[in-house]
Write a protein that binds this ligand. Structure first.
Ligand SMILES: Cc1ncc(COP(=O)(O)O)c(C=O)c1O
Length: 349
């Protein structure tokens, strides 16, 4: 009954095997190996376009480096007030970019809206006395488990273009967003105007690899230097390449995400039926957010259930009352129907 995070479940065995297979012979170092090159080719097929991809080890590095590549030190990144880059990366985007400023805006379900971005840009109108608006960054899926449709991404990207800003997508859970919407990876990214994507794999079955994917080659020009400078150029890079390749092969990235999403649906159905429980947000990826009576929360803790009590002021779409707790449960590629049913049974008790 561990729904604390999608990181709790270890590594997809097929990806672990791929790491073992890459361990049997010598290979070129620093990302020039066959696995890394093959993973780049496969990324081009998945996204249906030419692109430049660079593997790194963490999502924080992917986001911070992607932002550093498209935001000058005197620039501003407009993002949601609760975006991971804003709240959970210890200032790495500011550090890696040499001083760019993150400007957080409100939006329901942790999503940016064109109106909210426009309002923020209206407040940044004093020229060199403020940071220059440079990037709009969105999370797909968001930190509250919601997703942007291709049309919503396109609307934000069109606004960004009008202001000569770039668009970054934090895709730590990009696979869940694609699997849920049944669209293509292309429709959710470059076709909608995204310039650079942090393409996550770790949360969805890899051991530790993410790709920074540039759809505009001009932005990637000096990226190799940025990556090296921040310690993200891995000497035995074949083990990153092997993970990414196995993740993409046989559409494993989508299969794993589809499974996690289905388990989230099952979980949502089970707990929404309990008295006193409300789901204030749609379940659109692998996250279930619920407002539950404190007594139920304490009972579940005693039963050994693991999940997060979500920090902050609540979902923004519903009020967390006295005697209630706002919780987040995440499912993963390895969450089983039995795990979900065990939690539902413990709650029903
Ligand atoms: C939305 C989002 N982006 C990025 C990350 C990357 O995190 P890490 O640096 O821990 O790999 C996370 C991890 O929780 C996340 O939830």
């Amino acid at each position: 009954m561990d729904f604390n995070s999608d990181n709790v479940h270890g590594v997809d065995p097929a990806i672990l095997d791929a790491i073992g297979d890459a361990n049997v012979r010598t290979a070129r170092a620093y990302g020039h190996d066959d696995w890394t090159l093959a993973s780049e080719r496969r990324l081009r097929e998945v996204f249906g376009c030419d692109l430049a991809a660079y593997l790194v080890v963490t999502g924080t590095a992917a986001n911070s480096l992607a932002l550093a590549a498209c935001c000058p030190p005197y620039g501003a990144v407009v993002c949601h007030r609760e975006a991971h880059i804003m709240t959970d990366e210890c200032g790495a985007p500011e550090l890696f970019s040499g001083g760019a400023k993150l400007m957080g805006v409100e939006g329901p379900g942790c999503k940016l809206t064109p109106a909210a971005v426009t309002a923020m840009l209206g407040r940044l109108g004093r020229g060199e006395h403020e940071q220059r608006p440079s990037v709009v960054s969105i999370s797909q899926a968001t930190e509250l488990g919601t997703v942007y449709t291709p049309a919503e991404v396109a609307a934000l990207a069109a606004l960004a273009r009008q202001h000569r800003m770039r668009v970054h997508m934090d895709g730590a859970r990009f696979a869940n967003a694609v699997a849920r919407q049944g669209c293509t990876a292309a429709e959710l990214t470059w076709k909608a105007g995204v310039d650079v994507l942090s393409f996550g794999a770790t949360k969805n079955g890899a051991l530790g690899v993410e790709a920074v994917v540039f759809f505009d080659a001009a932005l990637a020009r000096d990226f190799a230097y940025l990556r090296k400078r921040t310690g993200q150029l891995v000497s035995k890079g074949r083990f990153l390449g092997a993970q990414m390749l196995a993740y993409l092969e046989h559409d494993r990235w989508l299969q794993n995400a589809r499974h996690a999403n289905q388990m989230a649906d099952r979980l949502a159905g089970a707990i929404a039926a309990l008295p006193g429980v409300r789901l204030p947000l749609p379940v659109e990826a692998n996250a279930v957010f619920a407002i539950v009576p404190r007594s139920l929360h304490e009972h579940l803790q005693q039963q050994g259930a693991r999940y997060l009590v979500w920090p902050g002021e609540g979902p923004g779409t519903d009020t967390v009352g006295d005697g209630e707790v706002f919780i987040r449960l995440l499912t993963s590629f390895r969450t089983s129907a039995e795990d979900v049913d065990a939690l539902a049974a413990a709650a029903a008790r």
